[in-house]
Design a protein around this ligand. Structure first.
Ligand SMILES: *[C@@H]1O[C@H](CO)[C@@H](O)[C@H](O)[C@H]1NC(C)=O
Ligand SMILES: *[C@@H]1O[C@H](CO)[C@@H](O)[C@H](O)[C@H]1NC(C)=O
Length: 359
């Protein structure tokens, strides 16, 4: 009952149920207490959740897990506990943290995690408590991710290796870790390996995350390989994947490929798709093409925004298309009612400056 209230975020019904239970002198069992606590926590009333927790005559690991994840979500700085406090308190009550506890602890504030060197602490904790990672892929990918963020990709790799097989999330976390670390070759080796393994099914996120590595290491060929992969898996109507492809093809200098992706019928172009295409042309000094794409976007009923307007104005500036640029600027300000922000004005000034019209 109260679980339902938490899911729909209906605090009032939840409170009502809580009151009724209280009135009939119903002794809270673990399941009811935990459901009520999650309800309060999900509705942003972490204080109430904590109150219930304090009132429980006896607690289990489940109740602790609600408190820890509620604390992580609420970001309540007044409630200043850290990981080892939680773990110590649990152990005083004779309870042993489980994998859910650890993954909630992992999502505690990032800044603190780095500052207090949670990484080492956590690793020791896992060893001490004999929490074998085995097939805990969710926890594993959280750990790999955390180590990567702390610049410890090699420790992440040890976690990765300690898990047998892994799934697409652990592989993606590891590849991402290498890419962020600048170890592109290592990332690519894993990507090649993942493709020959049948048990790991590639998803959209993994394709997007390996794109930078592929283009850096093997250029256009690498990007094409992933693009082919995406088409084969019928992911090519996914907007984030298409945007990533447009961006990376432009970066590699292959605007024809970028255009092909952008014009592919079935994907829903968003402002990012348009602006990647426009700035791709702009960067190569193809101002007319950039204007063409910009007009096409307007023609299709999409509105101009800050990113696209800055993109097209810079393209005009680079290509010396001052009159076209000024015309676009004027119509944007009057027809689209976009405010002339500092960025937009800077583009116009730059454009005039380049053509010598300011002198
Ligand atoms: C990459 O990882 C190594 C080993 O974990 C680390 O020493 C190095 O600082 C990392 N570099 C970057 C740029 O994150
Ligand atoms: C862009 O235009 C298309 C086609 O008219 C429309 O379906 C889509 O919702 C528009 N997108 C935005 C971000 O306005």
């Amino acid at each position: 009952m109260s679980k339902v209230c938490g899911e729909v975020g209906d605090l009032n019904s939840g409170k009502l149920i809580h009151g009724k239970i209280f009135k009939i002198g119903f002794v809270l069992d673990f399941i009811v207490a935990i459901s009520l606590m999650s309800m309060y926590s999900k509705c942003g009333e972490f204080g109430e959740c904590l109150k219930l927790f304090d009132e429980m005559p006896e607690r289990n690991v489940g109740a602790w897990n609600v408190i820890i994840s509620g604390y992580a979500d609420s970001g309540d700085l007044n409630f200043d506990k850290d990981m080892s406090d939680f773990v110590k308190d649990m152990q005083i009550e004779g309870l042993k943290p489980d994998v859910i506890t650890v993954s909630s602890l992992l999502s505690l504030r990032d800044g603190d995690m780095v500052k207090r060197n949670y990484g080492r602490e956590l690793r020791g904790f896992i060893v001490r408590n004999e929490l074998a990672l085995g097939s805990e892929f969710h926890l594993g990918s959280c750990l790999i991710d955390m180590y990567s963020r702390c610049n410890k990709v090699d420790v992440g790799r040890r976690v990765f290796d300690s898990m047998k097989g892994g799934n697409v999330y652990t592989w993606t976390a590891m590849i991402n870790g290498y890419v962020k670390n600048g170890s592109l070759e290592e990332g690519l080796v894993l990507f090649q390996e993942i493709q020959v393994r049948d048990e790991v099914e590639l998803n959209k996120a993994s394709l997007v995350s390996v794109l930078p590595a592929c283009s850096a290491v093997s250029g256009l060929i690498g990007v094409k390989q992933i693009h082919g992969n995406a088409i084969k898996k019928e992911f090519n109507d996914d907007v984030s994947l298409c945007n990533a492809l447009i961006g990376i093809y432009s970066k590699c200098g292959s605007l024809d490929h970028a255009k092909q992706v952008c014009e592919h019928g079935s994907f829903h172009r968003d402002p990012i798709s348009w602006s990647s295409m426009i700035s791709g042309y702009g960067l190569q000094g193809k101002g007319e093409e950039a204007i063409f794409v910009y007009n096409k976007m307007l023609h299709l009923g999409n509105k101009s925004d800050m990113i696209t307007i800055v993109g097209v104005l810079s393209a005009c500036g680079r290509s010396g298309l001052v009159y076209e640029g000024l015309r676009i600027y004027k119509s944007t300000i009057t027809e689209c009612r976009i405010k002339a922000t500092v960025e937009i004005c800077a583009c116009v000034v730059n454009m005039l400056g380049r053509s010598g019209q300011l002198g």
